[in-house]
Design a protein around this ligand. Structure first.
Ligand code: NAI
Length: 328
């Protein structure tokens, strides 16, 4: 069988990883014929809990799992890795200021960016799930000058999937009937889930739904605030669905998007849609042979443009804040 692909995952003892690691190890990321080696990073106090997770991985006896290494030093864990899924981050604790949160995550993602720069394989791709995901991705990328910027992206696939599920439910169709959904901007409550280019069974979704009031006053806030609604209901933040989105996003990035469809990925801005360089923002993207490209030439009306601009403005504020903290 082929040489194992080395996949690093951070925050490996956390709740997202309790779902994610098992799905990667079982072959869902790379397929049943491709062995995978897991490199799991945690902070020192969580290593014992992580040993328990590794015992459970062993006990699954997955034929695709070629090996597992764990550690608390990114310079060792990231040695020779082909894919990094940066899930671990510092959550906002009670009374923590936003600048404290950016500072704490800045320290994590600048150290991990440097470690990736110095130790990862030449083909490494880095997907950031840990929040604030877009800005953490910007910090990691800025600290990895030898890795092309387009190898860093942040997860908005969960928002994309949420939008798809809401549209399918409203239209009374299956999720597979809904295509070309887009999340623009930040993975935050300012994100803009765009239905105006989405399709339902190939027809414009907004026309099929034919209910502008629902789109503006139900659909948008439901998708934007879904994370908070799950915390409210479950008493913990989304984990299995976040793991699912992380897995799907990585798998898409390594392969292709289906003909005629696209996915949402937060990628470095390059002037597309008038959004200047300097932040990592979500766009509609296609992937072909493992290379992504922003979908160009979509018509954006004033309603959509205002929403996109607001979310990008929030990203620029976050970027300014981390710049003033000396993190990028
Ligand atoms: P969790 O708190 O259960 O697990 C996070 C783990 O990261 C902990 O075990 C912690 O010890 C570890 N960690 C902290 N600093 C680390 C470091 N420097 N290196 C390695 N590991 C480190 O959190 P959960 O629920 O697994 O969520 C993880 C992150 O994903 C959070 O930031 C959360 O906000 C974010 N998230 C993002 C979503 C998205 O769509 N982009 C969706 C849901 C969650």
């Amino acid at each position: 069988s082929p040489a194992p692909v080395k996949v690093a995952v951070t925050g490996a003892a956390g709740q997202i990883c309790y779902s994610l690691l098992f799905r990667i190890a079982s072959g869902e990321l790379l397929g049943p014929d491709q062995p995978v080696e897991l490199r799991l990073l945690e902070i020192t106090p969580a290593l014992k809990a992580l040993e328990g997770v590794v015992m459970e991985l062993d006990d699954c006896a997955y034929s695709t799992l070629a090996g597992v290494e764990i550690g608390d030093d990114p310079n060792k864990v990231f040695e020779g890795i082909n894919l990094a899924l940066l899930v671990g981050a510092r959550p906002r604790s009670k009374g923590m200021e936003r600048s404290d949160l950016l500072q704490a995550n800045g320290a994590i993602f600048s150290a991990q960016g440097k470690a990736l720069n110095d130790h990862a394989a030449d083909d490494v791709k880095v997907l950031i799930t840990g929040n604030p995901a877009n800005t953490n991705a910007l910090i990691a990328s800025s600290n990895a000058p030898d890795i092309p910027g387009n190898r860093f992206n942040a997860l908005t696939r969960l928002d994309h999937n949420r939008a798809k599920a809401q549209l399918a439910a409203k239209a009374g169709v299956t999720v597979d009937d809904v295509t070309n959904v887009t999340i623009w901007g930040n993975h935050s409550a300012t994100q803009y889930p765009d239905v105006f280019h989405a399709k339902i069974n190939g027809a414009p979704a907004a026309e099929v739904i034919n209910d502008q009031k629902w789109i503006e006053s139900e659909f948008l806030p439901t998708v934007q605030q879904r994370g908070a609604a799950i915390i409210e209901a479950r008493g913990a933040s989304s984990a299995a669905s976040a793991a699912n989105a992380t897995l799907e996003a990585a798998r898409t990035w390594l392969t292709d998007t289906p003909e005629g469809d696209w996915v949402s990925m937060a990628v470095p801005t390059d002037g597309s849609y008038g959004i200047a360089e300097g932040v990592i923002s979500s766009f509609p993207v296609t992937v072909s042979g493992g290379e992504y490209a922003i979908v160009e030439g979509l018509e954006i009306d004033d309603f959509s443009q205002a929403k996109i601009d607001a979310s990008v403005a929030e990203l620029r504020d976050e970027a300014e804040a981390v710049k003033s903290l000396g993190l990028i």
